[in-house]
Design a protein around this ligand. Structure first.
Ligand SMILES: [Ca+2]
Length: 199
């Protein structure tokens, strides 16, 4: 083998190994206050998503979500979920009956999706949202309705970008609206009585 070709091969292998480099993401425990779900209508679902930063489904990030705990008690009814970014978008749903708190572990391994030409990093992103009975996200302090976002944008597991949000409780009916509703019901009742009287 010519020396030049050998060097090219080694460089190519290094480049390939760098692109495929996987970093262990050690088990992280996340806990959320879910007491605010009481004002919403279920049944509720945990919406677990993994979006591939490369957009090609490069499969360099694999995550496990497990050890679900509700109000401090293990919830074996919520099966562990595995997500790999072998497609642009991967989603797993898990039905759950909320209590005051929800806890789970996130672990796995990840790669950082770096454009080989520009060096721009578009992270693989894990997200958790809770869906209401109508299939829409429970509102949170994140505009997209996420409760948790983890962006795998750094080869140091301790330096990936993690953002935790809070549930925004449903708005109670303002007290000033109550008399209006009662008056409306009263007018309807009078009209109904009059129609019955005429009939
Ligand atoms: Ca990826």
């Amino acid at each position: 083998m010519k020396k030049g070709i050998g060097v090219l091969l080694v460089v190519g292998m290094l480049w390939a190994s760098d692109c495929r480099a996987q970093v262990v993401y050690p088990r992280q425990t996340f806990t959320f206050d879910t007491s605010g779900l009481g004002g919403f209508v279920g049944p509720f679902q945990l919406d677990l998503q993994l979006t591939d930063g490369s957009g090609t489904g490069d499969g360099n990030t694999s995550l496990t979500v497990d050890n679900f705990v509700i109000d401090g008690v293990g919830a074996p009814g919520i099966a562990a979920a595995s997500l790999t970014d072998s497609a642009f978008f991967t989603e797993v749903m898990r039905g759950f009956v909320p209590g005051g708190t929800l806890r789970f572990d996130l672990s796995g391994s990840f790669g950082v999706d770096t454009d080989p030409t520009t060096g721009t990093v578009t992270p693989d992103e894990f997200s958790l949202a809770i869906l209401k009975g109508d299939g829409t996200e429970v509102p949170t302090t994140d505009p997209s309705g996420a409760l948790l976002l983890v962006d795998f944008d750094n080869l140091s597991p301790g330096a990936v970008t993690t953002r935790v949000f809070q549930i925004v409780p449903a708005q109670a009916v303002p007290e000033s609206d109550v008399p209006v509703l009662l008056v409306g019901a009263g007018v309807f009742g009078i009209g109904f009585a009059l129609r019955r009287h005429k009939a």
